[in-house]
Structures are given as C-alpha cells and as structure tokens.
Design a protein around this ligand. Structure first.
Ligand code: G3P
Ligand code: MG
Length: 239
C-alpha cells in the first residue's frame, strides 16, 4: 500500500527541541518531516509571533500576554532554556522568520491561528498577507479551532487550504465545512474511533490527525488513509 499520510512536526520536532522555535523547525527538516505545524498570536504592534500559549510564561523566561509585548520585546526573551540549557537564548520566531526559512524548502507549513481565547484584530489579514508576500499559498495550510477565523480567512482569500480543527464530534460534516468555507478537517486522534471517520471518508473530506506520538495510532491513521498526522516525534513514526 502506498502511504499517503504526510508527517507534520507538531510545533516543530518538539520532543527534541523547544516547541515553536527555529531549532525545532530545523530539527524537523533534518529529520525528513514532510511539513511543520506551528501556532501564531498577534503582538502589541500587530506582528505575527510564533508561540503556542496566549501567555509567554510556560515557554520563556518572562510572563505576560503575547499581545502586551511588541515583537522586538518578545524576541529579546529566552524561549529555549525552559526546555534544556543547550537551547539557552533560542528566540520566539516571527511568522516572517519562518516563511523566509521555509520558502525554498520542499516542506508544507501548517499555521494554526490561536483565536479561541483572545480576539486579535485582523490576525487573519496579517497572516494571509505574509503568505502572499512570500508566494507560499500552495505550500501552506491555515487551521483554527475557531470557525469564525476560518470564515474570515475564506472571505479574504481563495488560494490557501483551510482546515478546521476539531476535538469533538461533528455531524453533517460536509455541510458544516461548506458553511464556513473549510476545505479539510484536522481531528484529535480520539475521533478516529467514532462514526465521524466513516462520514469523513464517505464524503472524501481531506483530513489530518493530531497529535500522534504512538506507532499504533499512526498505523491506524495510515490504514484510514489520513492525509497527514501531526507528531512531536517525526523520526520515530517514519520508521
Ligand atoms: O494542529 C493540531 C494541534 O496543534 C492542535 O493543538 O494545542 O497543540 O495547538 P495544539
Ligand atoms: Mg497547534
């Protein structure tokens, strides 16, 4: 059987290097991942920063909300030491840093817009305009748990794949995706064992699965012909 399930390094190769840093993305590249997944928020000066949480406390040497800092203030922080002293001084990347790095690589970029807790004014426009600046429309997937963000992205552009993130079951999937303009689904691996997967497959909806760190679940994704998985350990699963 040809394996069509692409491997995305979740927050970069985040088992080996601090999540959502260039070190983690470069590690994913060297491990041969097909793509990387990263998370974005907007800074006080409306720049797109790559970080998972709304608060910088867990992954830097400082605390406070991302949108209370300018990008240059954030980039002076240490985003690596919390993980291991070897990564002392690793920075929070801007989305632009990542786009510049990935633009000539054969890797797909999945940008997750974190808009569930804080409403970042026009984050959708900022992200899309950066992707267009680097001509990365065909190399990029935009995803979000927030359906309003998917709807907004669908309104402002038409050439980038939009994936709706779901951790709970969804009925009338094709109808609901069409209603917000999503092209695909990114589902929690628990949903692989629900009737939802039959509906996804019968309607031929492209889907990827997160966060898959166990070979058994990865094999399940392959046999269900998932389009991709997000994993913290891209090399373990490639074996
Ligand atoms: O994109 C899948 C996954 O990243 C969603 O969860 O919390 O790791 O961003 P989280
Ligand atoms: Mg994410």
């Amino acid at each position: 059987m040809t394996i069509c399930t692409k491997i995305f390094a979740h927050r970069g190769a985040s088992r080996y290097a601090p999540e959502n840093t260039m070190a983690a993305f470069k590690r994913a590249y060297h491990l041969g991942a097909d793509g990387i997944e990263l998370d974005v928020h907007l800074t006080r000066d409306h720049q797109v920063a790559v970080i998972h949480d709304e608060n910088i406390k867990r992954t830097t040497n400082h605390s406070g909300l991302v949108n209370h800092f300018s990008l240059s203030e954030l980039q002076r922080l240490d985003a690596g030491s919390w993980f291991h002293s070897q990564y002392n001084g690793e920075k929070i990347p801007s989305l632009e840093d990542v786009l510049q790095w990935i633009q000539h690589k054969h890797m797909t970029l999945n940008i997750e817009l974190k808009t569930d807790v804080i409403h970042y004014h026009q984050i959708e426009e900022h992200v899309v305009s950066l992707i267009h600046k680097y001509n990365l429309e065909k190399q990029t997937i935009l995803s979000s748990f927030n359906p309003a963000t998917i709807e907004r992205l669908n309104l402002i552009q038409s050439d980038i794949e939009l994936a709706w993130l779901r951790q709970k079951r969804l009925k009338n999937i094709a109808y609901q995706l069409a209603a917000i303009g999503a092209d695909s689904l990114h589902i929690h691996h628990r949903l692989l064992n629900t009737p939802m997967i039959q509906e996804i497959k019968s309607k031929q909806i492209p889907f990827r699965v997160y966060t898959v760190n166990k070979p058994k679940i990865w094999r399940q994704c392959v046999s269900q012909r998932a389009n991709g998985i997000m994993t913290d350990i891209p090399d373990l699963l490639q074996e």
